[in-house]
Design a protein around this ligand. Structure first.
Ligand code: AKB
Length: 310
């Protein structure tokens, strides 16, 4: 059985991806790793390595120790946090990618997953139904690192035959893990505040439309892409992926159908400018054609499921 390493397994995507991978491939075949020390629960659930992805020697040792064949590299600073610490965001987001791509180039790993984002697009990109191939001039540190990362992934595939696969995630919404440092995080916080306090002050303005996806769809897409035969994965930079698009006002209205007393107010901060530079909706035809991607959740079904579970 091929061994899998999840780097950043304590993060928003990592937490849920780890659960799904272990369900599919067995607890002992999926190694969790995060910069955070293991909790007793982490240790009880399966192999866990405390690891800073910038510690190249330790990354090497863990890959050799478990004879890892596949790596999901999820450790990164997201858009809002990256703006506060540009140099570190660049170091973390880029160097970790190089370490893993180089290990794959040397034949020490067979397959790599690396997450990109809608942040690769910028203010000069067409914002509606943004195509797979289009103008890309990101103006955030996070977006620049993701765009550069995409170019390097494609380069390593073309030059060294590295089997690297990637998705441009939209904003992700789930209840099993907390988001951290993203511009789209409001769409998760809103649920907790709606339940607890019946009100939410949103850091984006009411009509800011952004592409979003429910976490079960995002996790399924990730594993489906990784399990697709290599010859079908035609895009080695990163795939556009889409499920739904909504504004803070629209998600609040959907929540009000279940919690009528819920109130939303708006106080845009620096994240508004980031959101304004991103697409409002995404064309993901290539993912649908190449590896059969299809979302299951829309705004209505996502809100129902979130409120059932939080
Ligand atoms: C963020 O808001 O930074 C992320 C993303 C869209 O990549 N959720």
């Amino acid at each position: 059985m091929s061994k899998i390493l999840v780097l950043g397994s304590g993060g928003q995507i990592g937490t849920e991806l780890l659960l799904s991978l272990r369900q599919l491939f067995g607890d002992s075949n999926v190694i969790a790793s995060d910069i955070k020390p293991a909790s007793p629960k982490d240790l009880a659930l399966g192999p866990y390595e405390e690891l800073n992805v910038l510690d190249k020697n330790k990354v090497n040792k863990i890959i050799a120790k478990y004879k890892i064949e596949q790596v999901y590299l999820l450790a990164a600073l997201l858009s809002a946090t990256a703006e506060k610490n540009p140099a570190f965001a660049w170091e973390l987001n880029m160097n970790s990618l190089f370490y893993i791509l180089d290990l794959a180039k040397e034949g020490k790993i067979k397959k790599v997953f690396w997450p990109s984002s809608i942040a690769v697009f910028g203010p000069t990109t067409p914002r509606q139904n943004t195509p797979q191939f289009t103008v890309m001039e990101p103006n955030t540190v996070y977006g620049i690192s993701k765009q550069a990362g995409e170019r390097w992934c494609e380069y390593y595939f073309n030059k060294y035959n590295v089997d690297v696969r990637s998705i441009r995630y939209p904003g992700l919404i789930g209840y099993k893990s907390a988001p951290g440092g993203g511009t789209t995080d409001y769409a998760v916080h809103i649920f907790y505040e709606a339940r607890k306090n019946k009100r939410y002050e949103c850091f984006l303005s009411e009509n800011t439309a952004l592409p979003m996806m429910y976490m079960p769809d995002a996790i399924r897409a990730t594993i489906e892409l990784m399990e697709t035969p290599a010859e079908k994965v035609k895009i080695r930079s990163s795939y556009n992926l889409s499920a739904m698009s909504f504004t803070p006002k629209q998600i609040a209205e959907e929540i009000q159908k279940h919690i009528p007393e819920f109130k939303i107010s708006y106080k845009p901060d620096f994240r508004q400018q980031i959101a304004d530079s991103w697409p409002q909706s995404i064309d993901d035809e290539r993912a649908r054609i190449d590896w059969g991607w299809k979302n299951q959740y829309d705004l209505k079904t996502m809100v129902e499921d979130m409120l059932k579970n939080i």
